[in-house]
Design a protein around this ligand. Structure first.
Ligand SMILES: [Zn+2]
Length: 456
């Protein structure tokens, strides 16, 4: 709402009151016009050169071209000529910790979907950030994940029967989660109960599957699947060895799952890709996780200079050698993990060709996955898998919003949330250019990426 030429009589007492209390200053600007950049708006349509985007009070007010643009009142013009603007990036597979927040913003990730943490701490952090007390990306959270018994991680909510599973969902609903995540020891019977109960509260369910294959989960109505989990199991005539490995724990399950890809039948992969696409199950492949774990025998991975962005204490907590020891990974495992990658890429191409939609997720802040930066690695890996830069960007913007079920994100258009990234180079020409970040707008506030960064 703006006060333009109000009736003088009615406004006079108000002005007098304002002059007495505020010293009769002119009203401060509350809008920003970004003028001159090429806009890639997240719709997948053609880019708009020489655009003028007006943002006010956290929302996009108007989008047009520079030609004929008139600066509205109370609006500051910012020249972004020769630059590119994309919607703020969305990481839909995160485990958010306080140290990660400025990294997300500095790397243009303005929304994250948190998929498990200590229930109370993550919901408190979500409240602090979304309420504006602490700067950071918008946080949507599953709270604590639901797992079969015994739970793989101590802070998951365990369920041993459909009744337990419904109770677990109710507890999460009462705590105020945005979605529900199930973990590897959830079998089809438990999953069915979780999806049904969550559905009565209009909450979506996503899964890192183990004891349930991807097609069974899709047929039960799971909204999305993390890490391409359950896909090999759906392709195999007998997946009992994989189920046994998932039941033993996360690392045995991951190792057997990753090793299985290279031997999968290509016709079976195509069949699974097609049915998942047909059922509109969204996939969050987290290629950066597969890729990182497949290269742990390369000393360069542990010496990556980008790790300077991770606090020393956090790197100690990560303790990668200890993780490798706990996983029991040897020099024979890594080549097998790497052999999975072309198969995963091919599966994603088949899924997309059948009309399936994928969204970018990273699994940061798990070991070696740098919050914010990993999102750009995921984009690069999607392009490496055969996606165009435009489609990779859609996975990181519009499809992220789709997975969240939040219509106001992932698109730069009037009425949408004012989250965007200003780049100095064209991301459609080379996806690496998403790292050429000049400024980031989060909730309508324009930040210079360098001002958020400290030593990193
Ligand atoms: Zn995760």
């Amino acid at each position: 709402m703006r006060l333009t030429h109000p009736p003088a009589v009615a406004i006079a007492p108000l002005l007098l009151a304002l002059c007495l209390t505020a010293g009769c200053r002119r009203a401060a600007p509350d809008g920003v016009a970004l003028v001159g950049a090429t806009l890639i708006d997240g719709s997948g349509g053609p880019a708009l050169p020489d655009a003028a985007i007006v943002v006010r009070r956290g929302h996009v007010e108007s989008v047009g071209t520079h030609a004929g643009f008139q600066l509205p009142e109370r609006t500051v013009e910012v020249d972004v000529g020769g630059r590119w603007i994309i919607p703020g990036l969305i990481d839909v597979h995160a485990h958010v910790e306080p140290w990660a927040l400025p990294r997300y913003l500095a790397w243009g990730v303005t929304t994250v979907r948190d998929l498990h943490g200590d229930l109370d701490s993550i919901l408190r952090l979500r409240g602090d950030v979304n309420g504006g007390a602490v700067p950071g990306p918008r946080i949507y959270s599953a709270g604590a994940m639901i797992d079969g018994l015994p739970t793989t991680y101590p802070d998951a909510i365990g369920a041993n029967s459909p009744r337990d599973a419904r109770r677990a969902v109710d507890r999460l609903v009462n705590a105020g989660v945005d979605l529900v995540k199930v973990y590897t020891r959830v079998d089809p019977t438990l999953l069915k109960a979780v999806i049904d109960e969550a559905g009565t509260f209009n909450l979506r369910v996503t899964g890192h599957l183990g004891l349930t294959d991807a097609l069974t989960a899709a047929r039960e109505g799971i909204a999305s699947i993390e890490h391409l989990s359950g896909v090999p199991e759906a392709c195999m005539a007998d997946a009992s060895s994989l189920y046994a490995a998932h039941y033993r724990g996360f690392f045995p399950g991951w190792t057997a799952f990753e090793r299985s890809w290279a031997g999968l039948d290509s016709a079976a992969l195509a069949r699974v890709a097609e049915e998942l696409a047909q059922r509109r199950t969204l996939l969050v492949p987290t290629l950066v996780l597969h890729e990182t774990f497949s290269r742990l025998d390369d000393p360069a991975v542990l010496r990556d200079t980008m790790l300077r962005a991770v606090p020393e204490l956090q790197q100690q907590r990560w303790n990668v050698p200890d993780m490798v020891r706990r996983a029991g990974w040897t020099d024979q495992d890594y080549p097998a993990f790497r052999a999975a990658r072309p198969q995963q890429d091919r599966f994603l191409r088949q899924f997309a060709a059948a009309g399936g939609r994928i969204a970018t997720g990273t699994d940061a802040s798990n070991q070696l996955l740098i919050p914010g930066y990993s999102e750009h690695r995921e984009l690069q890996l999607l392009v490496g898998a055969g996606f165009s830069p435009r489609d990779a960007l859609l996975a990181a913007t519009r499809n992220g919003a789709l997975i969240l079920g939040v219509d106001s994100l992932g698109l730069i258009a009037p009425g949408k949330a004012a989250d965007l990234v200003v780049l100095t180079r064209d991301p459609l020409a080379d996806i690496h250019n998403t790292l050429a970040i000049d400024r980031v707008m989060s909730r309508g506030t324009l930040l210079s990426a360098d001002s958020i960064r400290k030593a990193w």
